[in-house]
Design a protein around this ligand. Sequence first.
Ligand code: GDP
Ligand code: MG
Length: 162
Amino acid sequence: GGPILAVVGRPNVGKSTLVNRIIGRREAVVEDVPGVTRDRISYDAVWNGRAFTVVDTGGWDPDARGLAERIRAQAEIAVTLADAVLFVVDATIGITDADEAVVRVLRRSNKPVVLAANKVDDTRAEAEAFGLWNLGLGEPHTVSALHGRGSGDLLDAVLAAL
Ligand code: GDP
Ligand code: MG
């Protein structure tokens, strides 16, 4: 129950790992092979006493033709259903064409967006996220979904947006 947070982004950026971190369980399917998440899966979450629903997205074959278009279409649906969007990018790789396709959807929507710069596993990696300010989506919240680094601050920003 509660407001809906959609977690969007291209395959393999760590969306499902981050969803597991947010819900405090290991239910979202994480794979080294990208694209395993089924289209949209909802989970109940609580942070600082506030209940909300997290929607994990995915389910694209990374080798499919027109991947960016599939991701864009999926993001469009998820964003429409959501009260706020958590846009996840891989800070160690930076912005790809598939990321840009999602950004265009986010810019057109009037939903609040929280930008997560994932895979910032240590202090050294922090610098890699600076370039993400150029997306025009506000502060890149650096996080390591894998280790939990920065996840509390990210969730504070998410609740402020919901
Ligand atoms: P999704 O396709 O966006 O849902 O990505 P997954 O959550 O399935 O993660 C894809 C791969 O990235 C897996 O091998 C994860 O273990 C890895 N991964 C996710 N978050 C992090 C992180 O914060 N740091 C590192 N180093 N790897 C991560
Ligand atoms: Mg996934």
